[in-house]
Design a protein around this ligand. Structure first.
Ligand SMILES: C[S@@+](CC[C@H](N)C(=O)[O-])C[C@H]1O[C@@H](n2cnc3c(N)ncnc32)[C@H](O)[C@@H]1O
Length: 224
């Protein structure tokens, strides 16, 4: 049993239910939370950016003032419609649906937030390498199942800090409850952190992989 499922059943589920209520009163998006990290780590210059798995287009919109041209790509039509609506007033943002791996244009930035575990990871990393220009950057926020003591320690830290971050980012109790989940099929991550580390060592030598709060990790790599 993983720590996350143990917490859900602890004390007959009372603890988990109370935490869920608390988190619904002070909701925060574990994905959007990392937009500021991405914006703080943009390559220079940053002319063309591709956000793979753009979902509702939140990151594409956030990148828009900082990048000449932003391409948001998503395989799901509903997500593309929502992203197009969200970015309608942003002329430098294009939302696309074809396979992102097919493009030939050199990219300054590729981002993926909670997307890599939906893809064949090794294949996706190889395509990112190919599509980036030299000195272009890959910035990703990911999820991995906990398998080591270190992973579990980060899970504990994420569980404890979850309501604290909620209070800080959303101090007044929300009338709407937790943000609605994406309507796309959700896939659980299967590649553990340490295996991802080994893949990155092979395919993106020098990539910085770090555990983060919010049950996430980040990958930062600048193409040589
Ligand atoms: C968990 S959502 C994350 C969405 C968004 N990045 C965010 O932070 O809210 C994963 C997204 O990846 C998209 N996706 C899955 N496989 C994809 C693929 N092969 N190419 C492009 N997008 C894909 C899904 O449709 C979904 O919108």
């Amino acid at each position: 049993m993983t720590l996350r499922s143990w917490v859900q059943t602890f004390a007959g589920g009372t603890f988990s239910t109370s935490m869920a209520k608390l988190n619904a009163r002070h909701p925060w998006s574990h994905n959007d939370y990392f937009h500021s990290w991405i914006l703080a780590n943009l390559p220079e210059p940053c002319t063309v950016a591709l956000d793979v798995g753009c979902g509702r287009g939140g990151l594409a919109a956030a990148l828009s003032p900082h990048v000449d041209r932003v391409i948001g790509n998503d395989v799901d039509e509903t997500m593309r419609l929502e992203a197009s609506r969200r970015c309608a007033g942003l002329p430098n943002v294009t939302i696309t649906g074809g396979p992102w791996v097919d493009g030939n244009e050199d990219l300054d930035l590729v981002t993926m937030v909670a997307v890599l575990h939906h893809l064949d990871v090794a294949d996706a990393l190889a395509h990112v390498c190919r599509r980036l220009r030299s000195a272009g950057r890959f910035l990703a926020v990911g999820l991995a199942p906990p398998t080591t003591a270190r992973d579990y320690a980060w899970d504990v830290a994420s569980i404890v800090t979850n309501p604290v971050i909620g209070y800080v980012t959303h101090p007044w109790p929300s009338k709407e409850g937790a943000p609605t989940h994406l309507s796309v099929p959700v896939r659980d991550p299967t590649l553990p952190f340490d295996q991802l580390r080994r893949l990155l060592d092979q395919l993106m030598p020098g990539a910085i992989l770090q555990h983060r709060l919010g049950f996430r990790h980040t990958i930062e790599w600048t193409k040589p």
